[in-house]
Structures are given as structure tokens and as C-alpha cells.
Design a protein around this ligand. Structure first.
Ligand code: WT7
Length: 682
């Protein structure tokens, strides 16, 4: 590791915000030595209705043995994020600038929104929310596709101090219900449906079952606001999008889809009807620096999702500065992040970061494969994209089709290529660098988490020499440390637990309504540090190489999942006695789910059963969680105390007979049977 180094292109270096390692090191040092001054300077570009108290700019406790964990930035200050993203930019002359180019699933569908128009729409929707009784601190759930209204909904919440909780529209009704229940949201915003490639997703139907389930579990959402999206799509979308699932819907019917969707009078209202008379001005609600901005659920290793809570001032500073420096965004550039707003990447790098910088972005509704496998590259050329940000899993899926689909396009405007979600394998890195970037773009392999709010370990374009597969060095204000099993710091080269010694402005503040879980999950194992749950290796140059999760979590196509979550879904099936799930390498998804199930005594293991189990996981968690393999396990390897030895199951999944020490195993006989039943991943 660490041999091949790629230097940033000199043309890029000359004009970039941070153009040398000396400059980076200098700024890094001041961000660590004098954080108040460093972030205070960054804060100057924003509007603060009340300034921060100078002696309370930054305070924290990361050591659980000394008292409760707390993190505070800019205490005493009041502001409004929406005001900073929209009003401030409009006032400074960016009113007519495009905030978003919207590109639909079908290439015939596209539109755009200027900063001024976005502000008007946000005000209108903020007034709609107010009319539904939403006030500061109330939670609003958002279950929407990648359309302009999702941006409007998000910013309308922040304008009135409401806390948005976006649920990725690929989550099942059950997962959605669980999140609405935990967040006790008052209002939900959704859409009739959306086309993704050739598939029609009926979001309102899923939303309805989720609302019903949530009500049964004891929480009733008062209002459901529905955007009518399908009828306004181009005819070609409706013509092309015939699939098996919806082949019986004639185009006429589908155009009238809006009137056919399930409806609950008194609870459901149409977005366009509510917006009609709403005023285009809405005074922003000034909120405290540490008031909540949003919460976003992420998988927890116990199976119950964690409501990661981010607050206002620190998040704004961090989203804005990471966006500016990591993508080296300059006025006039066009930026495109392919992530869905349902994930943290979408929050920080589709919405908050770009708008805080007055940037122009592309918002894309579709998939990289529709109508053809060159859709991404077509869009890059169409909008002359300068910074492009995507996930390794997407790159690997596209690499399969070879270089031809890429070579049809010039891609000459690209300067920075970002990667996020999982370690990027060197093969994908090289493809990205050579075929997409023509060896003149910087690759920024950004390591971060829902919890970190923004990039924490990342190269800077035009500055950091790159090594394929390494996220390189810390961003400003971030102090990474590697610890050994005993919590001792590893200095110099080595491998260990990746932790952080000090908070940066964008780190989460708590888990919603569960500060105790926040403390145990992230601060208990190694007092004094924030524990990422990842392992990492540091090379001779001090570069960090994230090696992956050290807990029972896995990363499927950049989506974090817990094995416990899938295990409990499988074992809840009436025919299943027990289930154990391990992560297994997958050529495209990075990792996938390899499941072992023990059926009940009288149950036969069949294809029908495996199909049912897969469907169950899909329904319970979401399609991205569908198991790759379900293997019959007449028994599971267990210790004498009854603990499942997942280490051995991992070996079976990998077909690695070198299983190590099995002295604690209760029944050795089962191992051979498991190897014989093993299923190869296609
Ligand atoms: C986990 C966080 C950050 C937004 C998307 C995922 C893995 C993420 C990288 C990277 C190696 C990475 C880690 C991390 N991860 N980016 N560049 N290199 N690993 O957010 O769902 O909170 O997942 O994704 O394992 O802990 P998330």
C-alpha cells in the first residue's frame, strides 16, 4: 500500500482554493490550535441575528468518565439556515442564478429553479406548514423522490424552525412507520409516485400503510401533504415506463393516476391546492445555534435505527466549508451529487453545502442506467458539470458496460470527482481517474458518516497527492486517532480503531430522545474519543486507509445495515427457528448479506421459503437490504454458552477452510455440513 501517488493536475492547483500542501498544513494547524478563530472567520460570511458569546464559542466534553457528553458551537448565537441559504444569496445579487437544474427520470423531463424562485416557493410552503399547526421544534417527515419539491419542503422546515426527518423513499412501509413513530412527527410530506428507470414506485400507497401502522402503534400523524408528480411528466415517460408490475395500467389511466391514489379525507391534502393561496413571503424564525435542524435515522448494530440529531450553527459552518474546499467549488461552477436526499450525503451535499455557497447544482431523479447506461455522462455534458460526486458501487456497476458508453461524451468540463459511502477499490478508482476524469481531475475519496455531518477524512483537489483507495488526511478541525484494543493510541504507521479526539462543528449532538444510547454507542468503549465503528490503517506518509466496519454492521451499495436487523426479520418468520447473517464481499455492491437459516423441525427448506424470506426482508427493511444468499443451516456454530460464532460463518461464506481456533465450539460436526451447503455468489 501507499506506493503509487498521483499528483493533482497543475492547472487545477493553480486556481484552487487550497493549492499546496503547505497551505493545507498551515490552515489545518490553525483549525486545531485556535478553533474559535478558525471557525469564527468562516462564520463571518453568514448572517447571525444575535452574535455568539465570544467566551462560549466552543465547548464540549468527550470524556464520559467526567460527566455527560456534550458538544456546543456558537452558543448564544441565533440565526436561520434557510435565511442564510436563500435570502442572503438573493440579497447579494444571486436571485437570478440557477440553484437547481432538475433532470427527470425521462430525458424529456427537466426544469430549473433560480434562487429567487426557490425562496418564494419555500416561503409559500413554510406558510402551508404553519397553517397545519407546525411550529418550532415540531418534526416533519419527508418521504419523497428527487424532485424540486423535496428541496422546498426541507428548507420550509428550517425556515420555521421545524425539524425535518427525511426517510429514504426506498424504505419499506414498516421502516418508515418505525421512524415516524420514533420521531413523533406531526406532518408527513410525500408524492403520488415516481418512475425510477422502468419501474413505477407508488409512494403514496407505501406512505398510507406506514401511516396506518404508525397509528396502530400509538402515534397518529395529523396531516399528509401529497405532491402530484406523475401527471405532469412528459408523455414519453408514461409511454416508456411500462413494466410487468404496471403493464395493465394504460397511459390514460396513469395520467389520471393522481385522482386514483388512496386518500384519507381530513388527513390528506394536495400540495398544489395548499400552495395556491399561500403567501410568497414568510419571516424566518430565528433559532438558537444549538437548536435542532434535522434528524436522520441510521442503522444501529442492535437493529433499532438511531435518530441522529444535527443542530444549526455548527452544521451550517461545516456543510459550507467542506463543500467549498473538498469540491473546490468556485462561482460559476456546476456541481452534481448523485446521492438521494434520503441519505446524509443528500442533506449536506445536495442541499445545505451547495446552497450555503450560492452554488448551481443538478438534481437528478433517475438511475444511471435509464434510458441507457450512459445517462450520467449525458447529464455531465448537458449541464457542463464541473464537480461530480457519486458512490463506488455506482462506478462498479457502470464499469461493467465497458468504456464505450463513456467515450460517446466529452466530459471535458469535469475537474473534481468525488467518491463516498465505502472504500473505493483501486480498480474503480483508476477507472474513475482515467476513463471519467481523463487523468486531469482530482479524485476526492471522502470518508464520513451520518453522524459526522460532513467530510472528516478527505483529500483536497489541487492540493493533496492522491493514493487510490485512501481517504488520505483529516479535514480542518478534525483530529483522527487510531487506537489498539486496549485503547492505547497508535502513533505512526499501524492499524486500529478509527476514533476522533475532539468535535468539529458538524458532528451530531445526540440521538433523538435517547442521549444515553448516544453515549454508549459512541463514547463508552474508548473514553475521551468519538468512536466511528470503523477500522483504519495509517501508512508511512500518515495517510489513512479506512478498512471497514469493526462492529456488526455492513455496507451494501453504500447503505449501512446491521446484521441484527436482518437476523430479527428472518427469525420472525413462522417457519424459521434461528438465523444468522454475515457480510460477504460482492463485486458490485461492495458487501452483501449472506444469511444462514435454521428452519423449524417440521419445515422443509425450499426455494419457496427462500423467496418468501427475501421478500420479507425487502418488505420489512427495503429493497436494498434484500439478501444475496440464504443458505440452509441445519444448525449454527455456537459456543458452549450458546453465542453464535459469526467468525466461522464468515469463513463458510468465503469458502475459507482455515477456520482457526474452534475449541469453544459446542458441536464441531455442523461445520462440514455448512461448507457442503455453501452457495456461491453470482
Ligand atoms: C459508513 C457511514 C458518508 C455518507 C454515506 C454513508 C463507510 C463512508 C467511506 C469512504 C471508506 C466509507 C464507513 C462509515 N464509508 N465513506 N470514503 N471510505 N468507508 O453514511 O450510512 O452513515 O455510513 O460508511 O464504514 O462508517 P453512513
Amino acid at each position: 500500500m501507499g506506493k503509487t501517488v498521483y499528483m493533482p493536475d497543475s492547472t487545477l492547483s493553480r486556481k484552487s482554493h487550497i493549492s499546496s500542501m503547505a497551505q493545507y498544513l498551515d490552515m489545518y494547524k490553525s483549525s486545531i490550535d485556535t478553533p474559535e478563530e478558525f471557525w469564527g472567520d468562516i462564520a463571518k460570511q453568514f448572517h447571525w441575528e444575535t452574535p455568539a458569546s465570544p467566551n462560549k464559542f466552543f465547548s464540549y466534553n468527550f470524556d464520559i468518565t467526567k460527566g455527560p457528553i456534550h458538544i456546543k458551537w456558537m452558543e448564544g448565537a441565533t440565526t436561520n439556515i434557510c435565511y442564510n441559504l436563500l435570502d442572503r444569496n438573493v440579497k447579494s445579487g444571486l436571485g437570478d442564478k440557477i440553484a437547481f437544474y432538475w433532470e427527470g427520470n425521462d430525458p424529456d423531463d427537466y426544469s430549473r429553479l433560480t434562487y429567487r424562485k426557490l425562496l418564494e416557493e419555500v416561503c409559500r410552503f413554510a406558510n402551508v406548514l404553519k397553517s397545519k399547526g407546525v411550529t418550532k421544534g415540531d418534526r416533519v417527515a419527508i418521504y419523497m423522490p428527487m424532485i424540486l419539491e423535496v428541496i422546498i419542503a426541507i428548507l420550509a422546515c428550517s425556515r420555521i424552525g421545524a425539524v425535518h426527518t427525511i426517510v429514504f423513499a426506498g424504505f419499506s412501509a414498516d421502516s418508515f412507520a418505525e421512524r415516524m413513530l420514533d420521531s413523533k412527527c406531526k406532518v408527513v410530506v410525500t408524492t403520488d409516485g415516481v418512475w425510477r428507470g422502468q419501474k413505477l414506485l407508488c409512494l403514496k400507497e407505501i406512505c398510507d400503510s406506514a401511516l396506518e401502522r404508525c397509528k396502530k402503534l400509538g402515534h397518529e400523524v395529523e396531516t399528509c401533504i401529497v405532491i402530484e408528480h406523475l401527471p405532469r411528466l412528459s408523455a414519453s415517460q408514461n409511454r416508456n415506463g411500462i413494466t410487468e408490475e404496471n403493464g395493465d395500467i394504460s397511459p390514460e389511466k396513469r395520467n389520471a393516476f393522481g385522482s386514483k391514489i388512496p386518500w384519507t379525507e381530513g388527513r390528506d391534502v394536495w400540495w398544489h391546492e395548499e400552495m395556491e393561496d399561500a403567501s410568497t413571503s414568510c419571516y424566518p424564525v430565528w433559532v438558537g445555534a444549538e437548536d435542532p435542524l434535522f434528524m436522520l435515522y441510521t442503522s444501529g448494530s442492535t437493529g433499532k435505527p438511531k435518530g441522529v440529531l444535527h443542530t444549526t450553527a455548527g452544521y451550517l459552518l461545516y456543510a459550507a466549508s467542506t463543500f467549498k474546499y473538498v469540491f473546490d467549488y468556485r462561482p460559476g461552477d456546476v456541481y452534481w451529487c448523485t446521492a438521494d436526499v434520503g441519505w446524509i450525503t443528500g442533506h449536506t451535499y445536495v442541499v445545505y453545502g451547495p446552497l450555503a455557497n450560492g452554488a448551481t447544482s443538478v438534481l437528478f431523479e433517475g438511475t444511471p442506467f435509464h434510458p441507457d447506461n450512459d445517462r450520467y455522462w449525458l447529464i455531465v455534458d448537458k449541464y457542463r458539470v464541473n464537480q461530480f460526486y457519486t458512490a463506488p458501487t455506482a462506478l462498479r456497476a457502470l464499469m461493467k458496460f465497458g468504456d464505450e458508453p463513456v467515450k460517446k461524451h466529452s466530459l471535458s468540463t469535469l475537474q473534481v470527482l468525488g467518491s463516498v459511502g465505502e472504500p473505493i477499490n483501486p480498480e474503480a478508482w483508476h477507472w474513475y481517474y482515467k476513463i471519467i476524469g481523463h487523468e486531469k481531475c482530482s479524485i476526492v475519496d471522502t470518508f464520513w458518516q451520518t453522524e459526522t455531518g460532513g467530510h472528516v477524512i478527505t483529500p483536497l483537489p489541487g492540493c493533496t497527492p492522491m493514493k487510490p483507495g485512501s481517504a488520505t488526511l483529516p479535514f480542518f478541525g478534525v483530529l483522527p486517532v487510531l487506537l489498539d484494543e486496549n485503547g492505547k493510541e497508535i502513533l505512526g504507521p499501524g492499524e486500529g480503531y478509527l476514533v476522533f479526539r475532539r468535535p468539529w462543528p458538524g458532528i451530531m449532538r445526540t440521538l433523538f430522545a435517547n442521549h444515553e444510547r448516544f453515549e454508549t454507542t459512541y463514547f463508552k468503549k474508548f473514553p475521551g474519543y468519538y468512536c466511528t465503528g470503523d477500522g483504519a490503517h495509517r501508512d508511512e506518509d500518515g495517510y489513512l486507509w479506512v478498512t471497514g466496519r469493526v462492529d456488526d454492521m455492513l455496507n451494501v451499495s453504500g447503505h449501512l445495515l446491521s446484521t441484527a436487523e436482518v437476523e430479527s426479520t428472518l427469525s420472525a418468520h413462522p417457519s424459521i427457528a434461528e438465523a444468522a447473517v454475515v457480510s460477504q464481499a460482492h463485486p458490485i455492491k461492495g458487501e452483501c448479506l449472506y444469511c444462514f437459516v435454521t428452519p423449524n423441525e417440521d419445515v422443509e427448506f425450499s426455494e419457496k421459503l427462500t423467496d418468501e424470506l427475501k421478500r420479507k426482508v425487502r418488505e420489512k427493511i427495503g429493497p436494498f437490504a434484500t439478501p444475496e444468499v440464504i443458505q440452509h443451516a441445519p444448525g449454527l456454530p455456537k459456543t458452549r454458552s450458546g453465542k453464535i460464532m459469526r467468525r466461522i460463518l464468515r469463513k463458510v461464506a468465503q469458502n475459507d477452510r482455515d477456520i482457526g481456533d474452534i475449541s469453544t465450539l459446542a458441536d464441531e460436526g455442523i461445520i462440514e455440513i455448512l461448507f457442503q451447503n455453501r452457495i456461491e455468489i453470482k
